[in-house]
Design a protein around this ligand. Structure first.
Ligand code: PNS
Length: 165
């Protein structure tokens, strides 16, 4: 099977765990669109423009990857309009599954031709989540093993900004 998939998320910020899932998706799909959800009712650290710029830098070496934004609206509608029949989601632990299961069935209800594909990242990323990376980085902890250097640099800028307030 070689076709187009979307890989949606908040990506605040994009981590090496996300990159691992993306690389696995590229083994299956010809083209993957990373879709950054702008309005998903979460408190974010990075603006959508900052997230787009960071992810474009991280995936710069992958010609089969593009980075787009979901400016509100349903993911299922976005997938349909993009001609994507697959939604890729990373699942790290069993606790992720309940929400993912619900979301995948709802998306299938909204767009019956779409299939959600769950991919497990390398076990070394099992405990890596954007929320924990943000928290640790803003408190001065070392997260360099879990994010691309360009993301690390931006996290340090946010930390410095927070410390000068
Ligand atoms: O990785 P995240 O941050 O949990 O991403 C969740 C995301 C953005 C994929 C999800 O909230 C989403 O799909 N939002 C778009 C709005 C939508 O379609 N909601 C219904 C999904 S069933």
């Amino acid at each position: 099977m070689k076709q187009k998939a979307i890989y949606p998320g908040t990506f605040d910020p994009f981590t090496n765990g996300h990159l691992d899932v993306l690389e696995r998706a590229l083994n299956i799909f010809e083209q993957v669109i990373v879709v950054i959800a702008e309005n998903c009712q979460k408190n974010v650290l990075f603006t959508v423009d900052e997230r787009v710029a960071m992810i474009r830098e991280v995936v710069g070496d992958y010609p089969a990857v593009s980075v787009e934004v979901l400016h509100g609206g349903l993911l299922a509608d976005y997938a349909r309009q993009a001609g994507a029949k697959a939604i890729v989601r990373g699942v790290r632990q069993v606790k992720d599954f309940e929400y993912e299961f619900q979301m995948s069935l709802l998306n299938r209800h909204l767009y019956p031709e779409v299939t959600t594909v769950f991919l497990m990242p390398n076990v070394k990323y099992t405990y890596v989540a954007s929320s924990i990376i943000r928290e640790v980085a803003l408190l001065g902890g070392d997260v360099s093993k879990f994010v691309h250097p360009c993301v690390l640099e931006k996290l340090h800028l946010k930390r410095d900004e927070a410390n000068t307030k």
